[in-house]
Design a protein around this ligand. Structure first.
Ligand code: GLN
Length: 484
């Protein structure tokens, strides 16, 4: 039984009250402050909702699937009345006056929000270390990062400081930290989960997704949060629910392997994936070799498109409407310049500069337009590949979790590590990272299952079938079998 289902059962059978459960989680968060998973604890709200859930249980009322389950939200999702900072000095003290759609949905289900989780500033990074609060540590080994940008979300779930968390994935930010922390991280098809209230980084790539201890839990969360939302102009809604498709046999399923994804991959990662493929063969799937030559262009295309969109999206932080405003200035230009220099960290400033450059007259055609053309070619490459297979398996990250400060000296080193995650964002496809082993240091390894657009249920079905075969071997070691 998955963790969410198990805890829900404990609540329904009155083995623990929701208030006791919530208090246990709040106590563990306090004891594990050093992990830096949370940047804000919402104890009052959590206990208030827990009390309301307890009243329902007392009255023997039916509970909704995620009702009473303690969870976390990445700090770039707007929460009415609760500070939302994007882990940037620019937004410290900012209190949204509305809820992100995902949070509105979960709030209506009486989800217990324990707090807001740490992240790279404005979700720009791969280690969580660009956060103005300092990075989140990896619960498996505190000398390593939890990953980024949703590092706090992953650390909160891996250390059992939340049952599940919501992160956002623009170029890998849900899947990469999930991979580093031995968790399941799902990046849904673009448009299936509302972006309304998610503070924008690169709008054509951003997508919210769950970080959880198992495929089943991630599927339950996806089923709850995915729906059409008229407040998000790119919302499409989901094609189907996932949870009831997990059990289906994958006999005859075609799993594509593209060598392009394995160039320069760490040996231990490669070996774990080879082992996983054997499990798939045992389950009756057919492994087929496919070609995806376009993916090698994904990284440069991503960093041009993401920076271009970021430079435009972050234009709103001008010291006038909300957020940080400089103390003293000569005139309006000076005010905006000082505000932005003080409020944004180095990495965010770098990306705004890069984005402004690639969009400027004279360079637009050479960079932005070219990147958009590549985007079309990458999407076309995947489309063709999915004529030959149902799911593509690839590494999530070329390595396991980086040591602290590994990416801080050279931004390009950090960008390169996104090589396996960015292609699906560019093409708007669904992908899920599942744990598939450990390296020699005991750090988790993740494997990525990629699907055709709106085939979210297909990848989760394939992920679940694999998980059932290996969960004893892999999950026990991660400690995520621990319930309370
Ligand atoms: N690491 C990537 C970046 O820095 C992805 C971040 C994300 O998905 N938010 O842009």
């Amino acid at each position: 039984m998955s963790k969410i289902k198990y805890i829900s059962k404990l609540l329904k059978t009155k083995q623990i009250t929701c208030t006791e459960l919530t208090q246990k989680y709040l106590d563990s968060i306090a004891e594990n402050k050093g992990l830096n998973a949370y940047v804000k604890i919402t104890a009052d709200e959590a206990l208030k909702t827990a009390g309301a859930v307890d009243v329902k249980i007392e009255r023997n009322e039916e509970l909704m699937p995620l009702e009473g389950i303690p969870m976390s939200l990445k700090d770039n999702m707007s929460t009415k009345g609760i500070e939302t900072t994007c882990c940037s000095k620019m937004l410290r003290g900012y209190i949204p006056i509305y809820d992100a759609t995902v949070w509105e949905i979960l709030k209506n289900q009486n989800a217990i929000l324990l707090g807001k989780t740490n992240m790279d500033e404005f979700a720009m990074g791969s280690s969580c270390e660009t956060s103005c609060f300092g990075g989140a540590l990896n619960p498996h080994n505190k000398n390593h990062v939890a990953g980024g940008s949703s590092g706090g979300a992953a650390a909160s779930v891996a250390a059992n400081l939340a049952v599940y968390g919501l992160g956002s994935d623009t170029g890998g930010s849900v899947r990469q930290p999930a991979s580093f922390c031995g968790l399941v991280g799902m990046k849904p098809t673009y448009g299936t989960v509302s972006r309304y209230g998610l503070i924008a980084y690169a709008s054509s790539l951003d997508q919210i997704g769950p970080v959880a201890s198992s495929v089943e839990d991630a599927a339950m969360v996806y089923d709850s949060i995915s729906m059409y939302d008229s407040k998000d102009s790119t919302s499409r809604g989901r094609r189907e629910l996932i949870s009831d498709k997990l059990d289906a046999s994958i006999k005859g399923m075609k799993i594509g392997i593209a060598e392009e994804y394995f160039e320069g991959i760490n040996e231990e990662v490669r070996k774990s994936i080879d082992e996983a493929l054997k499990v798939y063969e045992y389950l009756g799937a057919e492994i087929v070799q496919i070609e995806l030559p376009q993916v090698k262009h994904a990284l440069p295309a991503y960093y041009i498109i993401a920076c271009a969109e970021a430079s435009s999206n972050l234009g709103r932080y001008d010291g006038i409407r909300y957020g940080h405003k400089t103390g003293s200035y000569k005139d309006i230009n000076d005010m905006i310049c000082r505000t932005r220099s003080e409020g944004f960290g180095k990495e965010v400033q770098r990306r705004i500069l890069l984005g402004t450059y690639v969009l400027s007259a004279g360079y637009y055609d050479a960079y932005y337009k070219k990147a958009q053309k590549l985007r079309g070619a990458i999407a076309g490459g995947f489309k063709k590949a999915f004529e030959e297979c149902n799911v593509i398996i690839a590494p999530t990250v070329p390595t396991t979790a980086f040591e602290l400060n590994f990416t801080s000296s050279d931004p390009v080193v950090a960008y390169m590590t996104d090589i396996c995650t960015v292609p699906v964002n560019i093409a708007g496809l669904p992908a899920v990272s599942v744990p598939c082993g450990f390296d020699g240091k005991g750090l988790p390894i993740g494997m990525q299952l990629i699907g055709n657009a709106f085939d979210d249920a297909v990848i989760m079905n394939a992920a679940y079938q694999y998980e059932q075969q290996v969960k004893e071997k892999i999950y026990r070691q991660t400690g995520i079998g621990v319930i309370l």
